[in-house]
Design a protein around this ligand. Structure first.
Ligand SMILES: O=C(O)C1=C[C@@H](OP(=O)(O)O)[C@@H](O)[C@H](O)C1
Ligand SMILES: C=C(OP(=O)(O)O)C(=O)O
Length: 426
């Protein structure tokens, strides 16, 4: 196994143009593929999750042209759902933003499809989405375990109707249903069962759908009404914002160590909920300055916080890492669904933070972190989770340095993360 040793870093400073957002790239690609007209996507993310979506679209008969650096993509929209004569097996790695939306999109399409993924994907639920699609006419079956990928889809279009969908495990199920609903034969009313988690990701979905010409109304995220029989229409050009979750590591670095870091590509104009990470960092004591498309972070005297993190589950992991450098205890709550992401992130975070000397309490849906007396150098297991690798790079801001096992797992969303990180370290 590859290991990356990071020596203690004395100062951070600089500016980073953050690569494109994963959540926006995969949504925009799928809608561009089904929309009428040609879409030129710029600042597209080049990473594993996006490559899986692009490969899937090729298999589904979509033509597109990627620039040499893979950040510009001209997509020829089909103007309708997919229609593929030969049965297709589509491998989606561990990309939730490909698996869930494509499951819905293929139920809406014509053809026979199998959606498969990495072993961890077979442990990440999809049952709540399948249960919501079936009453609309979807023919989906499980190839291994009930409620989990791989799935087999006999695409035959979707009718309108009123459905319920569980909101308490993942917002991606609702995102998937919303994205296909306008192309169903009739109107669709979606009622949310239970608390809807990760709500800001629904705002990303609705915002991108609107750019492609479709408006959805909703009643406080409890009931969504989507008119059926519509088409998406390409906006022509679509600029992908920088990834706000990826920005969190750099902003945290300056807050922990000093100097000043400016991230560009995300700011007050962002449609991503994860920009709220900067507010959480500010509550810990960081000095934050906002611009329309940039955020600057400077050192504060960090202190522990007690926060509900349901709205920013991905960037919340960065707060857990920063807590090691804060005075007092940090408690991050309402994060049960950390357990069903790339790994069980509550267990992984607790185990690895303990290795560096932090005092950690892992609850069913929360984590409590008190800083170590002295940071210990440790070899950090990353569990094939890009965010574990990126979060624990921050340990190098202490006096001990850190070893990151399997650093290349950042390729899921940020292949050049460690180069970018070293560019701000002095
Ligand atoms: O819709 C999206 O783009 C995402 C939603 C979130 O997942 P959950 O809704 O499962 O929390 C987030 O963790 C994931 O990285 C991306
Ligand atoms: C949860 C994540 O990914 P996915 O889109 O696969 O759910 C993530 O990127 O942190």
């Amino acid at each position: 196994m590859k290991q990356l040793e990071l020596a203690p870093i004395s100062r951070v400073d600089g500016e980073i143009n953050i690569p494109g957002s994963k959540s926006i790239s995969n949504r925009a690609l799928l809608l561009a593929a089904m929309a009428q007209g040609q879409t030129t996507l710029t600042n597209l993310l080049d990473s594993d999750d996006i490559r899986h979506m692009l490969t899937a679209l090729s298999q589904l008969g979509v033509s597109y042209e990627l620039s040499a650096d893979k950040t510009r993509c001209v997509v020829q929209g089909l103007g309708k759902a997919f229609n593929v004569a030969d049965a297709q097996t589509i491998f989606l790695g561990n990309a939730g933003t490909a698996m869930r939306p494509l499951c819905a999109a293929l139920a809406l399409s014509q053809g026979e499809f199998e959606l498969t993924g990495e072993p961890r994907m077979e442990e990440r639920p999809i049952g709540d989405l399948v249960d919501a699609l079936r009453p609309l006419g979807a023919n989906i079956s499980y190839l291994k375990n009930e409620g989990f990928p791989p799935v087999k889809i006999q695409g035959m279009g979707l009718r309108g109707g009123s459905v319920e969908i569980a909101g308490d495990l993942s917002s991606q199920f609702l995102t998937a249903l919303l994205m296909v609903a306008p192309m169903a034969d009739g109107d669709i009313v979606i009622n949310i069962k239970g608390e809807l988690v990760s709500k800001p990701y629904i705002d990303i979905t609705l915002s991108i759908m609107k750019k492609f010409g479709v408006e959805v109304t909703h009643n406080r995220y409890q009931r969504f009404v989507v008119k059926g029989g519509q088409h998406y229409v390409s906006p022509g050009r679509f600029l992908v914002e920088g990834d706000a979750s990826s920005a969190s590591y750099f902003l945290a670095a300056a807050a922990i160590k000093g100097g000043s870091i400016k991230v560009t590509g995300v700011g007050t104009a962002s449609i991503q909920g994860d920009v709220k990470f900067a507010d959480a960092l500010s509550a810990m004591g960081a000095e934050i300055e906002w611009g329309e498309d940039y955020i600057i972070s400077r050192k504060g005297q960090l202190k522990g916080v007690n926060m509900d993190m349901n709205h920013i589950p991905d960037a919340a992991m960065t707060i857990a890492a920063a807590a090691v450098f804060a005075r007092g205890t940090t408690r991050l709550s309402n994060i049960y669904n950390w357990r069903i992401k790339e790994t069980d992130r509550l267990a992984a975070m607790a185990t690895e933070l303990t290795k560096v000397g932090a005092h950690v309490k892992e609850g069913h849906d929360y984590i409590e972190i008190s800083p170590p007396e002295a940071l210990k150098k440790a070899a950090i297991d990353t569990y094939n989770d890009h965010r574990m690798a990126m979060c624990f790079s921050l340990m190098a801001l202490g006096d001990a340095g850190v070893i990151i096992n399997d650093p290349d797992c950042t390729s899921k969303t940020f292949p050049n993360y460690f180069e970018a990180f070293s560019s701000i370290c002095h």
